[in-house]
Write a protein that binds this ligand. Structure first.
Ligand code: ADP
Ligand code: MG
Length: 687
């Protein structure tokens, strides 16, 4: 190994290029991997390992075996097939014999990488292809160094690379970094925790995770770092909250006042267990002086509104106002109508406030004067102009639609209301407690009794005429249909997709002629949208053509059919949201998926979707298909570039880390500030 330079100290958080062997060019390559400091290099953990402790003698290999062999390239050639396909065919010998290896589609390797006489190590399965052949094995070129201890005869780490970097060179740099700075790594984990899990101290773990003695011990070391990272993450998520609680004095609400009691008596149905639990959670939070931050998650139709009603009643009992925010004006309008009907009998005053609506000034005056108890609106509620008289509760419906919410806006005004989020977008629990880690979570799993699950089917092109007949029959029985398209019009330049305006015209003139139809999309102005939606609710429209603006929360129990055009275009979660628009009444509802998916993944999505009606299961499947990075909030939170943890794999560790973080914060609310381990860099997206 090169001697360390006497002038530049080699420090954990120093730039990588102080390490011998790394100059400006290589520094730039490493930067492409996000590696800037030596610490970054150490925590560029292996993606996987290759067990190269046992190198097979080529003379001994037999068909069907999975082997690692090592030798020199005896010959190599580029075999061309008809068309443009090629294959590199290499012969490797090790003194005991020789074997072939084939690299399909990579003929170019033959004349470049696999030079005659080059040292090579191969791992793969032995097949019969005009003689014993390793088919598409993993390969690595070895160096001049006869016994390269980092690359062969050991468990070799396999890293994520970038072009122009090789495993070999990265291994060497990591080994060098370990030699210089591993001793500088502080131990962020408590000795009890290490002992409980049988984990090694950090300085040993970091060596073991890169150059393990067995694959298992490498994995155990990775687990240790995954836990460390998740703990750091939970500390920062929960810690932010813990500190805020410390500083902010929230409202303490009454939870046995007259409105709340009256509401309980007036309910026309028995609450489900999930609703009861969620209501109890919310009321318990509200009774505390610290500000509530709770997320109620539950599939469409599970009855989250009733939870909101209890919170509103409790706030009103103490003379506090509630602001309810919906993502769209349509939804705000619907909530306004619904809440008015439910709450005005109790003497509560409900106002609907939209950005540019007429009368907004007068409404704002009433809000400021305390003449409104519940204010329903869109984000316009948060505009500077709106002054609340005594805001004690904020309810946010379909929180995910807002992205990061401007809680700051409220606290700037000196308000620390309780905040209740409601979402029908079931995100997998793992993601929920990381992305929304700073919130408490109540999940409503069951549906109110007597719901018929929506039946879902894919409709092949030949069956489309039958579908239109079906829609006509439903309409004759007073049952309504949604037809959802992915685009508004041709201007979006996707010739393969159905624009809703054209579809509306085509079907009106054709198979759905004579039915009462309506058209809804995001380019209409609010009044137009509202008029159409209201007409649909009053059953004056049989078939509503729409884009995904109807996606969330619209409640029309007499709508029983959902047709989704180009269904392969939509993500699983979005499909599930759309399907949730039907099945809200007593009649059997159906969801029909049209269009042939263009990708294998699209096809798989539709198959899963047809087979599954449970939002949480769908979300888990979506997570498996697309990975955590595609879920809302994950990227913003910096969770898509975790170094050691994997949100799919490490569910158990996540639970553990969350509990341990809670314990640590109870002992010290500022624990996150002392944290020196992984996971300190995530940004919580929640309030
Ligand atoms: P979401 O969770 O999608 O917001 P809603 O609150 O709109 O669901 O409720 C959907 C429908 O179910 C409403 O018509 C509501 O009155 C009804 N509902 C809610 N809870 C119950 C229950 N426990 N028993 C029967 N019906 C219920
Ligand atoms: Mg709702």
């Amino acid at each position: 190994m090169d001697e360390p330079s006497t002038t530049t100290p080699i420090e954990l958080d120093g730039p990588v290029d102080v390490l011998p062997g790394i100059g400006p060019g290589r520094k730039a390559l490493l930067a492409q991997l996000g590696i800037e400091t030596i610490r970054d290099l150490l925590f560029h953990l292996p993606r996987t390992y290759q067990d190269r402790r046992h190198i097979a003698r080529i003379a001994d290999v037999t068909e069907g075996q999975a082997v690692t062999i090592q030798g020199v390239v005896a010959s190599s050639r580029n075999v061309r097939f008809r068309g443009r396909m090629s294959m590199a065919l290499v012969e490797v010998s090790d003194g005991t014999g020789s074997v072939k290896a084939s690299f399909f589609g990579r003929g170019f390797l033959a004349n470049t990488v696999f030079a005659k006489g080059a040292k090579i190590i191969l791992t793969g399965r032995v097949a019969q292809f005009k003689g014993l052949t390793l088919k598409d094995p993993d390969y690595e070129m070895l160096g001049e160094d006869e016994d390269d201890r980092l690359n062969t005869g050991c468990v070799a780490p396999v890293y994520r690379l970038t072009e122009k970097l090789t495993q070999r060179v990265l291994r060497r740099w990591v080994a060098t970094a370990l030699d210089y700075v591993a001793v500088q790594l502080p131990e962020p984990l408590q000795p009890e925790i290490l002992k409980r899990h049988d984990w090694l101290p950090v300085q040993e773990s970091i060596r073991e995770v890169h150059f393990p003695s067995t694959v298992e011990s490498g994995q155990a070391a990775r687990q240790r770092f995954a836990y460390e990272e998740l703990l750091g993450l939970q500390l920062s998520l929960l810690g932010e909250r813990a500190e805020r609680m410390h500083e902010e004095q929230g409202c303490r609400h009454l939870i046995n006042g007259p409105h709340l009691k009256a509401l309980g008596r007036a309910l026309p149905f028995e609450l489900t267990r999930g609703q009861e639990r969620a209501i109890a959670d919310v009321l318990a939070d509200m009774a505390q002086p610290r500000p509530m931050a709770r997320l109620v998650q539950g599939d469409v139709g599970c009855g989250k509104t009733v939870v909101a009603l209890h919170a509103i009643a409790a706030a009103a009992d103490g003379g506090f106002q509630t602001a309810l925010m919906a993502p769209t004006e349509i939804l705000a309008e619907q909530h306004g109508l619904q809440l008015r009907a439910l709450l005005e009998p109790f003497g509560l005053r409900v106002e609907t406030l939209m950005g540019a609506a007429r009368g907004a000034t007068a409404i704002r005056k009433r809000i400021a004067a305390g003449e409104a108890d519940v204010i329903v609106g869109t984000q316009a509620l948060y505009q500077e102009k709106t002054k609340f008289h005594r805001l004690g509760l904020v309810i946010i419906d379909e929180q995910h639609r807002f992205g990061v919410l401007q809680r700051g806006r409220l606290t700037e005004k000196g308000l620390f209301p309780d905040v209740l989020h409601m979402t029908a977008t079931p995100i997998p629990r793992t993601l929920a407690i990381t992305v929304y880690g700073g919130m408490d979570l109540s999940v409503i799993e069951e549906m109110p009794p007597g719901r018929l699950p929506v039946k879902t089917r894919q409709i092949p092109p030949a069956k489309i005429p039958g579908l239109y007949e079906y829609i006509r029959k439903e309409a004759a029985h007073g049952r309504q249909t949604y037809i959802v398209c992915p685009l508004v019009d041709e201007s979006e330049k996707r010739e393969d997709l159905t624009p809703v305006i054209r579809h509306f015209d085509d079907l009106n003139l054709g198979p759905l002629g004579g039915l009462r139809t309506g058209l809804l999309h995001g380019r209409l102005d609010t009044t137009e949208k509202d008029t159409i939606m209201a007409a649909f609710k009053r059953r004056e429209i049989d078939v509503l053509f729409s884009t995904t603006v109807i996606e969330v929360g619209i409640d029309v129990p007499s709508a029983t059919t959902m047709v989704i055009e180009d269904a392969g275009q939509f993500g699983l979660t979005q499909l599930h949201q759309l399907r949730g628009r039907v099945g809200r009444g007593a009649e059997q509802s159906h969801c029909f998926l049209c269009g042939t998916p263009k990708t294998a993944e699209g096809k798989q999505r539709l198959d899963i979707f047809c087979a599954c009606n449970n939002g949480f299961e769908i979300a888990e499947q979506d997570l498996k298909l697309r990975g955590p990075g595609e879920f809302h909030g994950v990227r913003q939170a910096g969770l898509s570039d975790l170094q050691a943890a994997d949100l799919l794999r490490d569910v158990r560790l996540l639970d553990l880390a969350r509990r341990d973080a809670q314990t640590m914060l109870e002992a010290n609310p500022h624990a996150r500030q002392a944290w020196q381990g992984l996971g300190a860099t995530v940004r919580p997206t929640n309030l």
